[in-house]
Design a binder for this molecule. Structure first.
Ligand code: SAM
Length: 282
């Protein structure tokens, strides 16, 4: 019998992927975690039934949540990831030779444990053996309260604004993140789909602008995410992702990136009109 996994993106629209087997299915105190083998997208992680990552398209999300900020900040030595328990963001961060320490603060230890076991292409650097990586199983909100003025870049690689991640889209959180950043720090957060989540984006960018002088949206194409059009919020205390972008350093990077490059960096901030209108200030 064929097994299909389906996620509804709206009342009448969704995505469906053929599944060959379930590798893990279980619950933590925060959420339901499933890792399945699909026929066309490799292994896939689901949280509360929603696609988080697939082996085939995760490179896009992880390239785009990491590299624009790290090629804008002149010297990103201390980098924090809030969420990101699949390890993909940490993998990309460690490619940057300037990074001395990459810290992961993930609320759900089960996500880290099962990613290390079943998603090695993403979680290879979060198995506790890399001295440039520090792991914390904690709520990001609580963690950053204790770590003020410490980071050059903070990446919020969270789930959608439901369950444990609701607070990660609020102004109070963005203010705490600003305090955890050094005076020229940069925060980037996944900011949902311009096509389906206009209301979430409106509130999120409103909250960000209340805290950061520089707030810009950029986009990426992620096939297994709602509508395929996804976005990220760049929030800077000093640096602008285009004006202060070190194109030369990006062009001369010593490591391979399958999606990100110096032209795409600039193009990703050129938004379609409806996306601009989602986050336009009144
Ligand atoms: N790429 C995915 C997306 O855009 O939907 C995100 C992947 S990553 C697995 C999301 C992680 O955020 C989950 O493992 C979840 O447990 C974690 N998370 C949610 N709320 C959190 C919080 N308050 N503090 C730290 N981690 C949190």
């Amino acid at each position: 019998m064929d097994m299909w996994y389906t996620e509804k993106h709206s009342e009448n629209v969704g995505i469906t992927l053929k599944v060959s087997k379930t590798l893990f299915s279980g619950e933590s105190k925060f959420q339901k975690l499933d890792i399945v083998e699909t026929l066309e997208y490799g292994r896939m992680m689901l949280l509360d039934g929603l696609v988080m990552v697939t082996e085939r398209d995760e490179f896009i999300y992880h390239d785009m949540i990491v590299h624009p900020a790290l090629f804008t900040h002149p010297n990103p030595r201390q980098v924090l990831v809030i969420g990101g328990g699949d390890g993909g963001s940490i993998r990309e961060i460690l490619k940057h030779p300037e990074v001395e320490l990459a810290t992961l603060c993930e609320i759900d230890g089960l996500v880290i444990e099962k990613s290390v076991e079943l998603l090695p292409s993403m979680a290879g650097e979060i198995d506790g053996r890399n001295p440039r990586v520090k792991l914390h199983v904690d709520d990001g909100l609580a963690y950053i309260r204790e770590h003020q003025n410490e980071f050059d870049v903070i990446l919020v690689d969270s789930t959608d604004p439901i369950g444990p991640a609701v607070g990660l889209f609020e102004e109070d959180f963005y203010r705490l993140v600003s305090g955890a950043l050094k005076k020229d720090g940069i925060m980037v957060a996944q900011s949902e789909s311009p096509f389906y989540h206009a209301e979430i984006q409106k509130n999120m960018y409103h909250n960000l602008r209340a805290v950061y002088p520089i707030v810009e949206m950029y986009q990426a194409f992620i096939p297994t995410y709602p509508s395929g059009l996804w976005s990220f919020a760049f929030a800077g205390k000093k640096y602008h992702p285009i004006k202060n972008f070190d194109r030369n350093r990006a062009a001369k990077r010593t490591f391979h990136t399958k999606y990100y490059n110096e032209d795409l960096h600039q193009g990703a901030f050129m938004l379609p009109t409806f996306a601009r209108e989602n986050i336009a200030t009144d």
